[in-house]
Design a protein around this ligand. Structure first.
Ligand code: E4P
Length: 213
């Protein structure tokens, strides 16, 4: 399974990359706004840090506007993938971007039919937001399971990029279900590593090592 970091903060992206487990990055307009920097500058810097797919999101809501923004973002670096919202205009934009060789990540996916249409339009990634589904009393993992099954049934090449991951169990279940990628906030990447028995065991080994003549 590939692990992407869900962040626009270059300091935490650098820290996560130094762990050697980061395959790519996803951003969204809210994450970029938190940095107080222009989108293009943030994406350019991330591309220098990570050699993998970097998702940058358009903010236009009409296909022509999305395509214009996508071209500008894609020109920053060949690793840039364009995040397009899963609305009718988004599907139109995805189809056209593919003909230009620009990869798309269909974002804000909350249902299996949306995911099926994104695959048919040729999206490179589908981003189901499982944490946000859980937040409103739904079952985000069930959606991951449905999408993985549907894509396997018809051999769609669109990769399932599980997003809105809130805790380690989300990642483990996504891995069991066969999601291709999980995009995870830095805080959760660190939680994946943490185990109290590791800390207790390490502290005892270090204490005992001092007794070695
Ligand atoms: C996905 O690419 C989004 O950036 C992200 O995972 C949304 O997560 P949130 O629901 O924690 O904002």
């Amino acid at each position: 399974m590939k692990i992407f970091i869900d962040s626009a903060d270059v300091t935490e992206i650098r820290d996560a990359v130094s762990l050697g487990v980061v395959d790519g990055v996803t951003t969204n307009p809210s994450l970029v706004a938190k940095t107080g920097r222009p989108l293009a500058a943030v994406i350019r810097e991330i591309c220098e840090i990570v050699d993998g797919p970097i998702s940058a999101e358009v903010i236009a809501t009409d296909a022509q506007g999305m395509i214009r923004e996508a071209r500008e973002l894609a020109a920053i670096h060949p690793n840039v993938v364009i995040k397009v919202p899963l609305i009718a205009e988004g599907l139109r934009a995805i189809k056209s971007l593919i003909s230009e060789g620009i990869r798309a990540n269909a974002t804000l996916c909350f249902s299996a039919p949306q995911a099926l249409l994104a695959a048919k339009a040729g999206a490179r990634y589908i981003s189901p937001f499982l944490g946000r589904i859980d937040d409103v009393g739904g079952d985000g993992l069930e959606l991951i399971s449905q999408i993985v099954t549907i894509y396997r049934n018809y051999e769609y090449s669109t990769e399932v990029l599980a997003a809105s991951i809130r805790h380690p169990v989300h990642l483990v279940r996504c891995a069991e279900l066969g999601a291709d990628v999980c995009t995870i906030p830095y805080k959760v990447i660190l939680q994946l590593l943490s185990h109290p028995l590791t800390d207790v065991g390490l502290s005892k080994f270090l204490k005992d090592a001092k007794k070695t003549p």
